[in-house]
Ligand binder design. Structure first.
Ligand code: BGN
Length: 355
């Protein structure tokens, strides 16, 4: 009796092994490796070995990153990254280093490849996020943001890319139109599953503010130092927000006609509601940002038309957005830390022929 029970058990185990072997051959390697990984807690950093809270450099955004290493596996053999990254450390101390050079940022981020792209070397990320940053004449801010954003995103084990959308010429700045350009150009490169629309002067202060998309459009910068780490008003949608391509297209993207400072973020917030979606937000403890102080930007004066325009969003959102976007792409360069997209978005009178 005992012997026959033992035989059944052996037979059962053999069948299990054969099934596993077949799954493995059928291209389920990653899933099988992940399955084993659950039982094997001792081996890889990506399976939850590191406790960042034990590190003496708590708050240093670069602490831990030197522990990430490339295993001798082929890319297809890498296990999926765990649900929660073991490299998260919580609050980040933001202090702007003096005389920072971009070369130093490059040196500190050895796994970032051309165009500002990154994939965790030790596991396959389950998230693909593009960060879109509108920009003009803010080189200093950009340097600081890159210094913090690269290690921040690596701690979250994301597959990511950073895009700078640079408005050519001197005509009034148009943040929302630049974001539309960024969306369109980034989606040509890759099937991103989430896009973060990010002001250049906002530095995240907690790495548990994960740069992935939610069920609804997400407003991430809900606790900025300049507003006393509180929302300035309930419907505020400015600073840093995140949408999946489906959410973005559902609201016809962002408006193209807000030239100058103010109102475009409120318009975007209204579009979210008009297209039948809600706003998702991280907790106030995680959605913290430091704003780099700066004076008034030339070429980004307050838009006096914004009050009037905001009363009409209900009528305009279906006509003005991704379906009406026109621009002239001047260049797309793969820099070591970001993809630089320079674009002529014209003026409030439309696109001029480019010379
Ligand atoms: C608001 C601006 C936003 C800006 C926030 C925070 C307007 C429209 C007024 C009806 N909105 O007042 O664009 O992000 O302040 O600075 O000006």
């Amino acid at each position: 009796m005992v012997i026959s029970k033992g035989r059944y058990l052996l037979l059962f185990l053999c069948v299990q092994l054969v099934v596993m072997a077949l799954l493995y051959r059928e291209g389920y390697r990653k899933r099988v490796a992940y399955f084993f990984g659950i039982f094997y807690k001792g081996g890889s950093a990506s399976m939850g070995l590191i406790n960042p809270h034990n590190l003496s450099q708590a708050g240093d955004v670069y602490a831990n990153l030197s522990l990430i290493s490339k295993p001798s596996l082929r890319e297809e053999e890498l296990p999926y990254c765990p649900e929660t990254s073991p490299f998260l450390g919580g609050p980040i101390r933001v202090k702007l280093p003096e005389n920072l050079l971009l070369e130093e940022v490059e040196r500190k981020n050895p796994y970032v490849t051309k165009g500002g792209r990154y994939k965790p070397p030790d596991c396959e990320s389950t998230h693909k996020t593009a960060v879109i940053i509108p920009h003009r004449n803010r080189e200093q801010h950009l340097k600081y943001l890159l210094y913090y954003l690269h290690p921040f995103l690596q701690r979250q084990q994301l597959n990511y890319g950073i895009y700078i959308i640079h408005q050519a010429g001197n005509f009034t700045f148009n943040r929302a139109k630049l974001l539309n350009v960024g969306f369109k150009e980034a989606m040509k490169d890759e099937d991103w599953d989430c896009l973060f629309f990010h002001d250049v002067d906002l530095i995240p202060e907690d790495d548990r503010n994960i740069y992935i998309c939610d069920r609804f459009p997400k407003h991430a910068s809900i606790a900025m130092d300049k507003f006393g780490y509180k929302l300035p008003y309930k419907s505020y949608f400015g600073g840093v927000s995140a949408l999946s391509p489906e959410q973005y297209m559902k609201m016809n993207g962002f408006p193209n006609n807000y030239w100058g400072w103010g109102g475009e973020d409120d318009d975007i917030g209204i579009r979210v509601a008009l297209s039948g979606m809600l706003i998702s937000r991280p907790s106030v403890q995680y959605g913290r940002y430091k704003m780099i102080k700066h004076g008034h930007d030339k070429g980004n004066e307050q838009n006096p038309k914004r009050f009037n325009m905001l009363t009409k969003t209900r009528r305009t959102w279906k006509q003005d957005g991704m379906n009406a976007l026109q621009y002239i792409l001047i260049s797309k360069e793969l820099q070591p830390l970001y993809t630089n997209i320079t674009v002529d978005i014209g003026t409030d009178k439309g696109l001029r022929p480019h010379t």
